[in-house]
Ligand binder design. Sequence first.
Ligand code: GLV
Ligand code: MN
Ligand code: MN
Length: 399
Amino acid sequence: METAEIGGTPKGGVKRLTLTDLDRQVRDWFIDAAKAAGCSISIDEMGNIFATRPGRDNSLAPVACGSHLDTQPTGGKFDGILGVLAGLELIRTLNDVGYETEAPIMVVNWTNEEGSRFAPAMVSSGVYAGAFDLDYAYGRTDREGERLGDALAAIGYRGEDPVGQQKIGSFFELHIEQGPILEAEETTIGVVTGAQGTRWYDVTIVGRESHAGTTPMALRRDALAGAAELILAVERIAKEQSPPGVGTVGEVTIAEPSRNVVPGSVRLTVDMRHPAADALAAMDRQMREALTEIGTRRSLDVDADEIWYSSPLEFDPDCVGLVRAAAERQGLSHQDIVSGAGHDACYLARVLPTAMVFVPCRDGISHNEVEHAELEHCAAGANVLMHAVLARANAPAAG
Ligand code: GLV
Ligand code: MN
Ligand code: MN
């Protein structure tokens, strides 16, 4: 509740876009709190923050947990930060009882998980995992044309450490589910076995600006009308693959909007997801076919640039098993679940053993200011996170 005041909105949500001054404030808050809990801090060139509590054997790679502190423009109090604060609470709890782990424990804040201001999402865990290089990440621009690398420097969080220098043995991420399944099943813990795939596109549709009063309907090359057809095509394609397929157009921009000009140039984003790679590939094909057909029929120049593909994935069976065992040991109801959202854990899973813990959120609503999770569920999730992390950090081949 304290950090939710940093960027708090009148409707009770949080608007804390990545690499804004509000992001700086919450990062400063996190670093102060982690230092007060005895952690050492390091920051890499992507602004990822690593807070480490030493173990008995500091030659072992830390067992890490964490998530992200940035939010969507209509964000809530839980998406992301729950996983960071649970890590902090884990460390405070170990301090309170004087508990030493074999391997060090680390809490991480990954920069720009949301991908709202700078696409794609999870870009910094992506650099950590080798999916993107640093120059690509620095060169991402927001709507005003500001580069990610400059925004990072502007808030004082372009760190010195090369990305990847901070070794991580394994990674656990606690997050709200962001969907309706756990609540509907009255289950407290989601044991996340994997995540669905995502494809993001920047689509451009170009027609011709012309006078709204004098251009006969038959002579128009209206880019926005073409975009409207594509939006409905994305909805139809996703519905045909649903459940579990989903498709969204979240941004539409007319280049030079004016009430009495037929729109000549429109840019829109498409987000399509499915847990099966072949089904997602079929959605990709159908969307491109629909776009080409719209362009030909309406004399519009069209282009779909796929700017991001995050493939469907499975988390590490051993780490997933530790999450399940921790839920069982706590006597908590649990079920296996596949993540509909993207998470930093998805990139980390490519390079190190990784798992996630989900807790329910009210009405399954997220990326919305009313997003809410019960304290009891957050506490249960934090306990499961702690026991999974401890089991890993004390295992003979810890890391
Ligand atoms: C991240 O929030 C996503 O879009 O899944
Ligand atoms: Mn998140
Ligand atoms: Mn999110």
